[in-house]
Design a binder for this molecule. Structure first.
Ligand SMILES: Cc1ncc(COP(=O)(O)O)c(C=O)c1O
Length: 400
């Protein structure tokens, strides 16, 4: 087994990197650290890179079919990781990714103008699918007592608000993020059962975005929505190796739908949109990442590294930057940081962080238009980069 060195500094500037190379985000400031969009500054597992390199050396990148073992590989991965038993008929794919799959499902399961539910804050591209597809977004908050001692586990679903909304407004589709971006919760089976009970009572179908399912802390268990008893027929579970193995750029996703009628419609739609083939690198990457034990070994190692990063970042912020508060997330490599004790909000906060601290973080308002006092910090970088980012963040002390 290969022992990976995640401390290796790899320069990502000028590599067409979404995280590092969007000049407009840097407000004419040099040397800004890219700590925003959710990918990692680490090389992916070597066995997969070798397979992609062999294909490049072959030199022909023509139309590509999935390998004979494709379904077997996905089924084994789901069984092994989540003790989730699937059949070939439950599994489909969506080559561009999880969000395009969510868009298609919103389009399939509702009519234009219809209302769709989501908890807020939430990943912007996920809740954005609702209005992008000409539907109306209806929201309820995730709840958390805003105390400095709050931990990730203090975030809860406002199920009373959810029930009232779906009952009174007769809503039949909801978007769900699990593990949750940005607050970092890994929902427990008990929470998912209670949520599911309301969904069954009012016939609400759930599109569950589980792209962060493999990046969780050691003491947590992720339960796929399609595995929650009673939710099998009322959900579509969207997963991908994107976050797990840092392959967002290969653009691939697995779509798990037990409900045969919904699956049939989804397959038909994918065919109509001519998205039934896969990208050459997407197919090869999924097959390697989900079947080679070396790749899973990489995943275990990266999870350890990320947990160390998150714990040390939280510790550093608590000890050295009292005007900010945050906590270790149960899942994802993203810190949700509360800046409400500083006087800066929204654009002014962003300007300060970019121009004074030279840090590019995600704005809170992307995750909830009303959230002007939070920022999201991506800790999937080398320890040296994280140390430098935290040093720069210390400038915020001047704000008090
Ligand atoms: C919750 C969540 N869903 C989906 C995505 C994007 O997935 P994809 O690139 O497969 O559409 C992200 C990326 O940050 C995310 O955080």
């Amino acid at each position: 087994m290969i022992k990976y060195n995640f401390d290796e500094e790899i320069n990502r500037r000028h590599t067409h990197s979404y995280k590092w190379d969007i000049k407009e985000r840097h407000m004419d400031t040099e040397d800004v650290l890219g700590m925003w969009t959710a990918d990692m500054d680490f090389k992916s597992p070597q066995p997969m890179l070798d397979i992609l390199r062999d294909r490049l050396d072959h030199g022909i990148l023509g139309y590509t079919i999935r390998g004979e073992n494709f379904y077997e590989i996905i089924k084994n991965w789901m069984k092994h990781r989540f003790n989730w038993t699937l059949t070939d008929e439950d599994i489909h794919f969506c080559p561009p990714g999880v969000i395009p799959a969510a868009c298609m499902l919103v389009d399939l399961l509702t009519e234009p103008g219809e209302e769709v539910f989501a908890f807020m804050p939430n990943y912007d591209s996920l809740y954005g699918t609702v209005e992008a597809m000409g539907r109306k977004l209806v929201t309820a908050p995730l709840l958390c007592a805003a105390t400095p001692a709050a931990t990730c586990g203090d975030w809860t679903l406002d199920l009373d608000a959810f029930e009232k909304i779906v009952r009174d407004r007769k809503i039949h589709l909801a978007l769900f993020c699990s593990p949750h971006n940005p607050v970092g919760r890994v929902w427990t089976l008990d929470e998912l059962l209670k949520f599911g009970e309301i969904c069954r009572k009012y016939n609400v179908f759930i599109i569950s975005d589980e792209v962060h399912c493999d990046i969780i802390r050691p003491d947590t268990i992720h339960t796929p929505m399609g595995k929650v008893p009673g939710m099998e027929d009322l959900s579509a579970t969207l997963m991908s190796p994107n976050k797990s193995f840092n392959v967002a750029g290969v653009m691939t996703a697995s779509v798990i739908i037990h409900n045969r009628e919904v699956m049939k419609k989804f397959r038909t739609k994918l065919n109509h949109w001519a998205m039934n083939l896969d990208t050459v690198f997407g197919t090869l990457a999924v097959e390697s990442l989900y079947s080679d034990p070396e790749c899973e070994y990489w995943l275990n190692q990266v999870n350890e590294y990320l947990t160390e990063n998150l714990e040390s970042a939280v510790d550093h912020i608590k000890k050295n930057i009292p005007c900010l508060s945050t906590y270790v997330p149960q899942g994802t490599y993203l810190l949700w940081i509360d800046f409400s004790k500083t006087p800066l909000r929204g654009h002014e906060l962003r300007r300060y962080l970019v121009q004074e601290c030279k840090l590019d973080l995600c704005d809170g308002w992307e995750f909830d238009p009303e959230c002007l006092d939070h920022m999201r910090l991506n800790c999937a970088c080398t320890k040296a980069t994280l140390k430098e980012a935290l040093k720069r963040l210390e400038k915020c002390k001047e704000l008090l």
